[in-house]
Design a binder for this molecule. Sequence first.
Ligand SMILES: [Zn+2]
Ligand SMILES: [Zn+2]
Length: 600
Amino acid sequence: MNTELLGRTSSENNHKLTQEIFLASYENGYIIEKTLTIPHCTNCKRFLPDRYTLGVCPACDYAGAKGDQCEKCGRLLDPTELLHPRCAVCGHATIEFKDEKHLFLDFTALQEKLHKWIEGQSWPDNTKNFALGWIKEGLNPRCVTRNLKWGVRVPLKKYDNLVFYCWYNAPIGYISITKDAYEQGKIKKDWKSYWTDSNIYHFIGKDNVPFHTIFWPGTLIAAHDLKYQLPHYVAGYEYLNWEGEKFSTSRGIGLFSDEALDLFPADYWRFYLASILPESKDSNFDWTDFQNRVNSELIDNYGNLFYRATYFIEKNFEGRVPLAHLGEKERELQWHLEKTINKVKELIEDVKLREALREILSLASATNKYFQDQKPWASDDAATTLYTTVNILQPLSILLSPYIPDAADRALKCLNAKKELSSRFSLEPGHEIKAEILFKKIDSIEKVKKYKTKYIKKDLAEKTSKLEAKGAVKANKSIGKESSALTNPDALAMVNNMMSFKEFEKVDLRVATITSVEDHPNADKLYILQIDLGSEQRQLVAGLRLKYTKEQLRGKQIIVVTNLEPRELRGTRSEGMLLAAEDGTILQPLAKVPNGSKIM
Ligand SMILES: [Zn+2]
Ligand SMILES: [Zn+2]
């Protein structure tokens, strides 16, 4: 199993496959033309998302109504209904409405086929009911094109000004990325067979259910001659919360995976997340629970047993599996192993991953108990106990390998064993093995608990727009119910790297006077400043030492950001930030003003 195949939907293969799938749907009569009326600013020379057209509300005369809704009276609007429309980007009344012909995938025509297909699936109840709910509401034709300069071109002369909407070609990325990987030699089996001759399983969050149960299968049904398989199983998971709260990039709740990996190995995360997988209801990430489960269920139960048994053999039997005489207890354990293998196979086939993990861990517990009870360190027949234990550890490591692939790999290397799952004991007496400590226990979680994600919303927006500029959007990028780019209120701000006035208003800038200046004891470039903010005194740490003498600063008025989170700079607390140009020249009011005056 390889879990690390990443690719881009900007690839040549994605362009080709998207056009191929589209043309097949077109030939089959599932593509229809409709006219859309879209606001366009002649000053900015761009089409505007609905929310970026402002005007007077036809219902309540509110002058700041947005093209999708009037915030004053709540009425849902179409941009064409606004009186005196103007552009939210440049502020000018240079709006014209352009009629534009677009192409739609005819989901009304696909509805019955989709309905029948969904009825026949044995997906989890929540996923299936969600999909059937959409069908029941009735499906409408869905626009597949946009008027943009970049993207996958529509391969029809009449529409060659249009490109495909990302909801349409993003899931085609599943197929094109497989093709890319095949052409790059990363996979050996023919790329197409993965999508024409396999059972396809999708693991997604519940917000993605409509895309994987309706829009993506509908896309494939419309192009049925190409013989791509419809999803075999769609696991639409409920939500995972973070310490009792929703993940939020703007509030810094949660971690990004690179941050998570800085803290603990991937196996710890995989193990814990699999054990709390939100299969049927929302679940919660909890640091203390994380520590407890990793330490007791993974490390005590499996990792320590592994080390104790292999170390004992290394030390007392020259690293060779000893000769054994199996008795009733050993037979019993072997039977438990056989039962576990069968049960886990069944559960994995039913995509009950959490329950499968529980079964595996219960075998680990039983083996642990056996080892403890037999006390090989004080017994005449340590050989039998050790032979049995390592022969269980081999299949146990294989059973655990989907959950902890790195550690399981190392374990099998130590056991010098093949990755063949069987209840037959295959490590013969004399077989050479090595000992290894597979995991390090989590000592203290207190420090980690305070760890906050360093990506707040603005950074994320920058990151995303940079990535999008590079075309590095992943195929499995989550697609909301409303296709993102055109309606997302943050989309424009993200693209232009702007912030809303509301966001700017959060920054509290005030005038302060520097009352004292001292050298920072641990840093050559830093001063410690005491400042008077009128209602309070504060301490700042600032890198001004190479630019100003203490005398030049004392008594001067400065501008301070007062609501930044306090920081420790080389061991000294800084409760704000003064404004300066990039060369270090500080900003000062032109005339003296009362300390604490707000800058606006
Ligand atoms: Zn109104
Ligand atoms: Zn404009």
